[in-house]
Design a protein around this ligand. Structure first.
Ligand code: ADP
Ligand code: MG
Length: 728
């Protein structure tokens, strides 16, 4: 152990006077370190600018000459800002980001030095990436991977490095990252949604998915965190008795932000602002030491990059403030874990939010079209959407009555439920003029323009409509939003494509008017997707039963949840939407399972070490202290000592009993781990870890936490919950 509990506590007391600069005007700092539209306008020629804008808005290719120009301009700007290096910044399947820095500086063959960064270096790089997880893709094809510039996410300077957002693909074209499939899904939803949006407005040429994430996290004093091997190695506490005071008083939620945390947030927000991350709100969360940060929403690809960048920046700034930031979904037992709500909508290039009702029946029909299609998409692919948020760490949170359950359902609120019920009653086929008027005025027309304030909230719903967007709430704090966003946008794209086909067929074959056809198809969808709508208490046991009756999936752990990824239907979906090939999907399945196994394997090892090297020795030490005391009493009082040492004797025995069980269960867990390791099939191995290894963690913890309560505080080596969780 690097630092002892008492050293750590005394370190943590010295922390309150870290200096930080005052904020200044945020607007002046915004995007200072980003090669954004404004910078491009300043630094690029007209042709180059048009070419880059074409790439951003319609995905056209940038030719080599233009790339050289852009690179030259970027380099000039970056060097003027003090940058010395550049890197392709990408999202390997590990879930975080990776970078490999190269200096701008280069030597010519004759020994002269120059600053070199051309179109070739901007557009493509070959990182030595052989140890990133690829789920076998690279073995299968014996291909190397390369990174390629994503012009839709602007380059930025972080520290002294120019970071260029890139995708990461194999030479045979398979995506080795999370960004490439996301971009493909966003393209698919753009295509499908634009075609449908044109029913209502011919001038729409592009639809972008929008994402506003809400990042929850814990802040722990760095020294205290370092004193806990479980936090250092696994990001969560594997042991620890609950503090006498937890979150039961609800006094942390939206309370006054502790001044140490506030200083950290000030610095963090300043850095984010310079990086163009539009951070907006900050507040305390439910658990002690838990906070949330949310930006203004952005186009989804950019929002995903900004979230990944934020997590990285947070760790660095936290370190400066002697904090450790924890993104683990359940770092502490008995208090809430951390999530990352994904607020999602679709926006047109004409400035319309397609999930926002309007002031005319036509606008509302457009709203209803996208609203109902989203519901239908989630209903059809609920299990797939659930799989996108599965991970070893999020398993601790989902369904634990503090976060949405593992069952997907949609909350739309009473007002919209009523509208959907009324639409369901519309007659089939052609509508009489009266019917149409009635529908437009009294049903569609009744949707108020502003639903935001009228939408009742249901915090237990995993997928809630909140006035002008859907909010996906099961996403874990650590998760790369690219994963749920890829699936959500793919399924909505597929659904909208099917919708358009159905509407066009009714218009062509049955000569229905366009709006009649839309009503007809929507009515059908409302009918067939009813089971996914649920406005009640998502945490209740009754819902679990009801969901089962409705045949909704309820995959409680990651190995179960991931299975659907490789089903025939899923593979066909990804292929038809051109989001992922079968090889790519199977590779991701494999990578996710491996990550699951490794996480639990590491936790199991740490737990084993803690039990044998820390808990058992401490328990024996205290037991010996008591034994010595009892023997002393016996020396003095002879047989009469029994009456005097009754308390000590009971504790000695209770410790002994816990030690017996603790050792036994730890040994069984280790054996279970060894047998799991022998399995060669990744799915079976993950299941073995889930079913045979993981369940012992809680049992082992039970004995350790009991011992913590029994043993002399001065002897207890692990920093306790009440010390970790309350920033002074
Ligand atoms: P909370 O869930 O904490 O009550 P809100 O529901 O107000 O907060 O959610 C705020 C989040 O929703 C912000 O991150 C914001 O950027 C995002 N958001 C608002 N409108 C949209 C939209 N059209 N598309 C995507 N995200 C949006
Ligand atoms: Mg929210």
């Amino acid at each position: 152990m690097s630092i002892s509990r008492f050293e750590a506590i005394s370190e943590s007391y010295k922390r309150s006077n870290i200096t930080h600069e005052e904020d200044g005007r945020r607007s002046e700092l915004f995007g200072l370190n980003v090669f954004n539209a404004e910078r491009m306008l300043q630094h690029l020629t007209k042709d180059a600018l048009e070419s880059v804008q074409g790439a951003i808005f319609s995905g056209t290719k940038i030719d080599r000459k233009v790339a050289d120009q852009v690179a030259e301009a970027m380099k000039g700007w970056a060097i003027s800002m003090g940058a010395t290096h550049y890197t392709h910044w990408f999202q390997p399947l590990t879930g975080s980001t990776a970078e490999k820095h190269d200096a701008f500086f280069d030597l010519l063959p004759d020994g002269r030095a120059l600053e070199k960064f051309g179109g070739r270096q901007l557009v493509q790089q070959e990182p030595d990436a052989s140890s990133f997880p690829s789920g076998g893709i690279r073995n299968t094809f014996e291909a190397r991977g390369y990174t390629a510039w994503d012009p839709t996410s602007p380059a930025f300077i972080y520290g002294t490095t120019l970071c260029i957002p890139t995708i990461f693909v194999s030479y045979t074209g398979e995506a080795l990252d999370n960004k490439a499939p996301l971009l493909r899904a966003l393209h698919a939803v753009d295509e499908a949604a634009t075609a449908v949006a044109k029913y209502f407005d011919k001038t729409v040429t592009k639809v972008s998915a929008t994402l506003g994430w809400e990042q929850e996290y814990f802040l722990i004093d760095k020294a205290l965190a370092q004193s806990r091997p479980d936090i250092v190695l696994t990001g969560r506490t594997l042991l620890g008795h609950a503090a006498a005071k937890g979150q039961q008083l609800d006094d942390h939620y939206f309370g006054v932000i502790p001044s140490r945390a506030l200083k950290f947030m000030g610095d963090l927000e300043k850095e984010c602002t310079k990086l163009g991350i539009p951070v907006k709100t900050r507040h305390n969360e439910v658990a002690p030491n838990q906070f949330e940060l949310a930006p203004v929403f952005e186009e989804a690809n950019l929002a995903v990059d900004h979230n990944l960048l934020l997590m990285d920046v947070m760790e660095k700034i936290a370190d400066k403030h002697n904090f450790k930031v924890l993104f683990h979904e359940k770092p502490f037992a008995d208090v809430n874990g951390s999530g990352k709500h994904n607020n999602w909508s679709l926006a047109t290039d004409t400035g319309v939010n397609l999930l926002s009702p309007g002031s005319t029946p036509m606008k509302n029909l457009q709203f209803l079209t996208f609203f109902v299609n989203t519901i239908k998409a989630v209903d059809t692919y609920e299990e797939l959407l659930r799989s996108s948020i599965a991970s070893a760490s999020n398993d601790h949170r989902l369904g634990a009555n503090e976060a949405p359950p593992t069952i997907l359902s949609i909350f739309v609120g009473t007002q919209l439920s009523r509208v959907l019920d009324e639409l369901e009653g519309v007659s089939q086929g052609k509508l009489s003029p009266q019917e149409k008027t009635e529908l437009k005025l009294n049903v569609v027309g009744k949707i108020p323009e502003i639903l935001l304030d009228n939408t009742d909230r249901n915090r237990t719903s995993p997928f809630a409509f909140t006035g002008n967007k859907f909010e996906m709430r099961g996403v874990g704090a650590k998760t790369n939003c690219a994963k749920p966003m890829t699936i959500l946008n793919t399924i909505v794209a597929k659904q909208l494509k099917d919708f358009k086909k159905a509407v066009d067929a009714l218009v062509d074959k049955k000569s229905l008017k366009k709006d009649e056809a839309i009503f007809n198809v929507l009515r059908e969808y409302i009918k067939t997707s009813k089971r996914i709508r649920f406005d009640g208490d998502g945490y209740s046991a009754d819902w679990e039963k009801e969901a089962k009756r409705r045949k909704l999936s309820n995959n409680k752990n990651t190995p179960q949840a991931l299975k659907v990824l490789t089903s025939k239907d899923s593979l066909a979906l990804f292929k038809s939407m051109k989001v992922m090939s079968e090889i790519e999907v199977k590779a991701r399945h494999e990578v996710e399972l491996e990550a699951y196994i490794l996480h639990i394997q590491i936790e199991g090892r740490v737990l084993n070490e803690l039990v044998y090297n820390t808990i058992i020795p401490t328990a024996i030490e205290y037991q010996n202290k008591l034994i010595k005391n009892v023997m002393g009493l016996k020396d003095i009082y002879g047989a009469a000592h029994k009456g005097l040492s009754e308390g000590q004797l009971t504790i000695i025995e209770t410790i002994a009993e816990h030690l017996v069980d603790l050792k036994k269960k730890t040994d069984i867990m280790v054996d279970a781990r060894k047998s799991a390791n022998k399995l060669t099939d990744t799915s079976k191995k993950a299941e073995a870890y889930c079913d045979n290894v993981l369940p012992y963690f809680d049992e082992i913890r039970y004995h350790c936490d009991r011992l913590e309560r029994l043993i002399d505080d001065q002897l207890w080596p692990l920093t306790k919950y009440h010390e970790l969780l309350f920033i002074n």
